[in-house]
Design a protein around this ligand. Sequence first.
Ligand SMILES: Cc1cc2nc3c(=O)[nH]c(=O)nc-3n(C[C@H](O)[C@H](O)[C@H](O)COP(=O)(O)O)c2cc1C
Length: 185
Amino acid sequence: MRIAVPDKHVHRLLNHGPTTMITTAHGTRRNVMAAAWVMPLDFTPPKFAAVVAADTWTRELLVASGECVLHAPTTLQADLCFEVGTHSGRDGDKFERFSIATEPATTVAAPLILGCAAWLECRVLVEPVMAERYDLFVLECTAAFADEALWYDGSWHFAPNGPRTIHHEKGGRFFATGELVMARR
Ligand SMILES: Cc1cc2nc3c(=O)[nH]c(=O)nc-3n(C[C@H](O)[C@H](O)[C@H](O)COP(=O)(O)O)c2cc1C
């Protein structure tokens, strides 16, 4: 079950550095790709930085629509994350090809992929120099949700053998988010 995450906690959804998937949509076109280079940039309103390469179809739809959804996939979606990160939507609809189930988002046209740990609906804050020079996009979150089985009391709670968020190293090698380590306070 998806629950809304208040603005003041949204940065925590990606603060531990998970790999994301980005959905985009413009007119009748829609797409999804993997993106590991996504990080929090500000608290409220929550902002994120994302590297979206110039040759991706995602980039085209992101620029055309000014919107996207960042997703935090789980260990159960590592295969999917790798597939959408190694095929281009230019070669065919990845939602059909990989049987990706979606729901409409609340503030953007890009769809929400079911089964993720978190969903962050975002609009692009236009920064042409950063986009052209570094493929870097500043995204402001307009609505965010998390799976209530994994996220409550403003924190992630991953069960020992349950689904976790994932971190990409290279070539389909992912690490699952590890054990909680509490610093002395
Ligand atoms: C795990 C993983 C992480 C990736 N991270 C990024 C990223 O942060 N930025 C990026 O531009 N491409 C990244 N890629 C590559 C894109 O996902 C890939 O180029 C994709 O095929 C683009 O799809 P599209 O043309 O349909 O948009 C990643 C790929 C994988 C497998």
